[in-house]
Design a protein around this ligand. Structure first.
Ligand SMILES: *Cc1c(COP(=O)(O)O)cnc(C)c1O
Length: 427
């Protein structure tokens, strides 16, 4: 699939049926797998042979879909998880443990911020949040001897800030750690972070990749490019024997292309069990089959709605990556030349109460804690997803208290704009 265009990979990547096999991905709805002898099975447990034994760790349906996302991102190995949250957690916890430190962009998804700043901190991992606009020199200063990774989002949800991936990758690599990029909003159709130096990519497949609001899921993809063996003292989990797996050393047995994902599967999936259900993986794949077609429409609608909002004097500000005259025009040109996403954020004049009245007047877009769906939806983050955050934290994360996040679906842009106009008329 490597030499095909991304559109072809969306449709046909991952699963390649043999003669007489099902054309569509089979749903392997089985917790367990049968073997002829105990020694056959023992080899699987020792990671000496590859195969399936228990769906808490791996399932063939999931692996077909992970392989497709891996091809889309241009990686070497990938795994599905039960949610985007699980993907974010595993991606960091696979290489950082108690006593370690991680640097993250402050412009990230509220759930990820909470996972890092509260839950993982309680596990003994310290996070420093830095502005996505930080200079290379300042970013360099944020590193400590125990820093294990840098984390950011291609397009931040909901701030819609575009990350300078190359800048973050350069400073991360200078300090001997990988850059992990949550590529949920851009999708591999619009940006492939590995092409700009990122080492690990995560997704909430719940969003555009599924695209129909049908299942919660996540994915982690490894580029296979980060050389863990150059820093064995920093990444002992990958470079020294795993006593919980009969002394296997992941980098020796699976190479740079497979070590990270094999460790995450063998240890984290085994012990924490955040596996995606094969039924959901099947739905994720159906979504991906049209991802390239849908992203185009989401982006067209996003731009049309953003332009309308910018021209309406009842709107105080509009943020949309790719809107003419936007601050991050250069970053959009570089990282998102074919389009960004369908999500637009803006402020309604009159603040919080006007925003709430506006949302109540919408007929097509529903109020939902969701984005990136075929159906348009909208949210006031300060009173929903980000309600744990103080005003200072909200502003640092680029989420103003009056921000309305509007996710343009696949409807007609004319209808969406008329709906927004009449909701503004009704305030
Ligand atoms: C939704 C989202 C997540 C979390 O994903 P879930 O599938 O809801 O667990 C992580 N990152 C981003 C950018 C998201 O939009």
């Amino acid at each position: 699939m490597k030499n095909y265009n991304i559109d072809t990979k969306c449709v046909q990547g991952g699963y390649r049926p043999g003669n007489g096999e099902p054309r569509q991905i089979p749903i392997i709805q089985s917790t367990t797998f049968k073997y002829e002898s105990s020694s056959d099975m023992g080899k699987l447990f020792d990671l000496e042979a590859s195969g399936y034994f228990y769906s808490r760790l791996q399932n063939p349906t999931n692996d077909y879909v992970a392989a497709k996302i891996c091809e889309l991102e241009g990686g070497t190995a990938a795994m599905l998880t039960s949610s985007g949250q699980a993907a974010s957690f595993y991606s960091v916890f696979n290489i950082a443990s108690a006593g370690d430190h991680v640097i993250a962009s402050s412009a990230i998804y509220g759930g990820t911020y909470n996972l890092f700043a509260v839950t993982m901190k309680r596990m003994g991992i310290d996070f420093t949040f830095v502005s996505p606009n930080i200079s290379e020199e300042e970013l360099d200063k944020a590193f400590r001897p125990n820093t294990k990774a840098v984390f950011g989002e291609t397009i931040a949800n909901p701030a819609l800030v575009v990350l300078d991936i190359e800048k973050f990758a350069k400073v991360a690599h200078k300090n001997g750690v990988p850059l992990i990029i949550d590529n949920t909003f851009a999708t591999p159709v619009n940006c492939r972070p590995f092409e700009f130096g990122a080492d690990i990519v995560t997704h909430s497949t719940t969003k555009y990749i599924d695209g129909h609001g049908s299942g919660v899921g996540g994915c982690i993809v490894d580029s296979g490019k980060f050389d863990w063996t150059k820093y064995p003292e920093k990444f002992p989990g990958l470079c020294t024997p795993d006593e919980s797996y009969h002394g296997v050393t992941y980098t020796e047995r699976f190479g740079l292309e497979g070590a990270y994902i094999t460790k995450a599967t063998a240890q984290l999936m085994r012990d924490l069990g955040s596996i995606q259900s094969p039924q959901n993986a099947y739905l994720v794949n159906l979504g991906i089959e049209s991802l390239h077609v849908r992203m185009k429409r989401h982006c067209e609608n996003g731009l049309a709605v953003a332009r309308f909002l910018k021209s309406d004097n009842r709107i105080s500000w509009v943020t949309y990556p790719g809107l003419e005259g936007s601050e991050d025009e250069e970053l959009v040109k570089k990282y998102l030349p074919n389009g960004s996403c369908g999500v637009v954020s803006f402020g309604v004049k009159g603040g919080r109460s006007a925003a709430e009245k506006f949302m109540a007047g919408l007929k097509i877009a529903a109020i939902e804690t969701h984005v990136a769906d075929a159906r348009s939806c909208c949210l006031h983050p300060a009173s929903a997803t980000h309600r744990q955050m103080s005003d200072e934290e909200l502003i640092a994360a680029g989420v103003l208290p009056d921000l309305v996040r509007f996710s343009c679906g696949l409807e007609s842009s004319e209808d969406l704009i008329n709906d927004i106009r009449s909701a503004l008329d009704n305030i």
